[in-house]
Design a protein around this ligand. Structure first.
Ligand code: PMP
Length: 396
């Protein structure tokens, strides 16, 4: 069968592949501990579920406006005012079937063959794949553990060329957990100010999973707001990954372009989810704060456990729910059966020998690291780390 060459330009996300491998081994009866998860292990808050049930009973069952109900887009605007002190109008907002689709909409709207897109490493898997789909060139800008996995203004400026059309980053970052402070964002913003041909996608999906207090957005700098696209959604902050709702705030021309794309691709997301989202975005954030407290407790424990593992080099994540240790200490070592050449091998070694699933850093553009999620119960985290520690001790 001859399929489109488009398919050869990208592969299945490594995060989803690991989740699938874990499920397959579990189906065979193995007790696999999943530290590869990219979603909160909590239930959706009751008041949001109630709003969805009410929406079903009230027959919100028809096609919605492609970019989302007007009162939902108004609710998104009030969220931006409440949390970020940013002023947007409903025409700046496009609601989609997840932050992933919002990213796809934005990237497809902005770049094409011949353009360059700067993506700092480590980055969330899908950024590069989406850029590859458009035919544009992803320019990976390496950040390091020494600099807390953040890039400096000088590094950014050195990567810019006349072909640079777009810059994509997440803060808090999946996978490194780094969070840019206001002055660090301003440093980058001052560089972008000099290059008005560059758009910026700021992925803020982990906004509420932030251990350092108030989140900051690069869109706060007035001179960038008309070329910054903020991506966010309900998946992480409200434990609603399966409900599929993302949204963007963008300049009107980009919002219109995304609405046009979405009008042909999906017609927008579920009417029930949209009604429930109004409640999620406008009600007090108590449940989100409770979830954050639990993530904070686990983060502390995970840091203690990691300090006990020989050779792991890492910084404490300031946001999201992942640890991202550099594991190159183990490269070239063997348990007598196999030699660990890189992070991919170590990830498979831990899955097969310790029965713990993690994700290789190479999926995120950093082949020295592993991503370990703490979106799992404290009990499973303890068990998972005990198994990892034992398995690593066997590598000599
Ligand atoms: N951006 C980042 C950084 C993510 O980690 C994820 C989910 N893993 C997404 C976007 C996609 O989120 P959604 O479920 O809303 O599509």
């Amino acid at each position: 069968m001859e399929l489109s060459s488009l398919l050869s330009r990208f592969s299945e996300p490594e995060t989803l592949r690991m989740a699938k491998l874990g499920r397959e081994l579990r189906a065979k009866g193995l007790d696999i501990i999943d530290l590869s998860l990219g979603e909160p292990d909590f239930d959706t808050p009751e008041h949001i579920k109630e709003a969805a049930k009410k929406a079903i009973d009230e027959n919100w069952s028809h096609y919605t406006p492609v970019s989302g109900y007007l009162d939902l887009r108004q609710a998104v605007c009030s969220k931006f005012k409440r949390d970020n002190n940013l002023d947007y109008k409903p025409e700046n907002i496009v609601v989609s079937t997840g932050a992933k689709q919002s990213l796809a909409n934005a990237i497809l709207s902005i770049v094409e063959t011949g353009d360059q897109v700067i993506i700092p490493t480590p980055f969330w898997v899908t950024y590069q794949a989406l850029v590859d789909i458009t035919g544009a060139e992803a320019v990976l800008l390496k950040s390091s553990l020494e600099h807390g996995y953040k890039i400096t203004p000088e590094e950014l400026e050195a990567a810019i060329t006349p072909r640079t059309k777009l810059f994509i980053f997440s803060s808090p970052c999946n996978p490194s957990g780094s969070v840019y402070k206001k002055d660090e964002l301003e440093g980058l913003a001052r560089v972008f100010e000099k290059y008005p041909h560059i758009y910026i996608i700021s992925d803020e999906i982990y906004e509420y999973i932030n251990y350092g207090g108030k989140p900051e957005s690069i869109a706060q700098f007035d001179y960038l707001k008309d070329r910054t696209i903020i991506i966010n959604g309900l998946s992480k902050g409200f434990a609603m990954t399966g409900w599929r709702l993302g949204y963007m705030a963008a300049p009107v021309e980009i919002a219109k372009a995304c609405e046009k794309l979405q009008g042909q691709f999906t017609s927008g997301t579920s009417s029930i989810t949209q009604r429930a989202a109004i409640t999620a975005l406008t009600a007090p954030l108590d449940a989100t704060h409770e979830m954050l407290k639990e993530f904070e407790r686990r983060r502390k424990r995970v840091m203690e456990l990691m300090h006990g593992i020989e050779g792991f080099k890492f910084s404490e994540p300031d946001g999201a729910f992942y640890a991202f240790p550099c594991v190159d200490f183990y490269f070239g070592k063997s348990d007598g059966e196999e030699v660990i050449k890189n992070a991919d091998d170590l990830c498979m070694y831990l899955l097969n020998k310790a029965h713990v699933s993690t994700v290789t850093g190479s999926a995120f553009g950093d082949s020295q690291c592993l991503r370990l999620s703490f979106a799992n119960s404290m009990e499973n985290i303890e068990k998972g780390f005990a198994r990892i520690t034992e398995a690593l001790k066997k590598l000599k």
